[in-house]
Design a protein around this ligand. Sequence first.
Ligand code: PLP
Length: 376
Amino acid sequence: MKEIRMVDLKGQYDKIKTEIDQEIQKVIDSTAFINGPAVQEFQADLEKYLGVKHVIPCANGTDALQVAMMGLGLKPGDEVITTSFTFIATAEVIALLGLTPVLVDVDPDTFNIDPEAVRKAITPHTKAIVPVHLFGQSVDMEEVLKIANEHNLFVIEDVCQAIGADYIFSDGSTKKAGTIGDVAGVSFFPSKNLGCFGDGGAIFTNNDELARQLRVVVNHGMTVRYYHDYVGVNSRLDAMQAAVLKVKLQYLYEYAKARQAAADYYDNAFAGCQKLQTPVRASFSSHVFHQYTLVTNNLDRDEMQKFLMSKGVPAMIYYPVPMHLQKAYQDPRYKEGDFPVTEALSKTVISLPMHTELDEEQLKYITTCVLEFANR
Ligand SMILES: *Cc1c(COP(=O)(O)O)cnc(C)c1O
């Protein structure tokens, strides 16, 4: 059996090596390393794929979120509502900009922000909501948009884990996650569903005016060459990464199918096991399975992780510490017990290997090991 990895970038690369190598070589030959044609081509391809008017490439997903907030003109003291169960970057950029992160609990089934909790957290200072489409499934965006419209708030989607997921509106129409709110940030970190060979990111918006502003922010706040009207940042997607992404974007649909097939295998294997809650698939979203995350029930989750590791099955805890209990984010407004769903999840979730290259032999072995622990 091939070694089991959380993410198998090597196996994925081997299948498209010729195409990728050619595109990288083209960039090297052109020496257009910054803002070269590869960047423009990838940008146009991604706009078409997502059905969004503007893709603004940048250096990573964290920058994408920060630039989105800067582009919207959010100011110190503005309150930004987000989830207590996410990767740190979401809250980090809010804090870095001097904005006030307001955390809310998540839905126990989807692990995503609970719209009712968002509603309760709104104050006269609230300016934006940052829904995070965690693990590959869209937030209940119709509810979020309704709240945003009622209170005149910006919606900044963190779509780092869910590029390609479809949100399904109640009238049956669909939109890609990340194209629904005012603006979205995505990451092309290698292990993300669309990953490059280093760091990369992008911002999406349908708003022409905002797109112009975002392009100024990522380029040192520069409006005309060497005329800086704003304090900006330097955040670029380099051309070699764009070349890789342009090739891999063509496979994104296929990659999602491979992830969904692995998830189906896991779901079937664990269906009868009372001690494992398999991922709940929301009616309003497709699931692109950035992670396949189980909730354990009456099991020692940390022992399970050790057991799996000892069998050669990597497993990860996303995320072991809720945002409000992180040392750097201690805040007198919050204490242990404030977000019971998040806190329970942080103690019970475990993510299994999930990538595009899992074969049946590996899946069989992984599920056998998981069930061996659960049933002992
Ligand atoms: C990966 C990720 C980010 C940050 O992306 P980087 O490219 O690593 O900066 C932000 N939010 C979420 C939810 C992520 O998963």
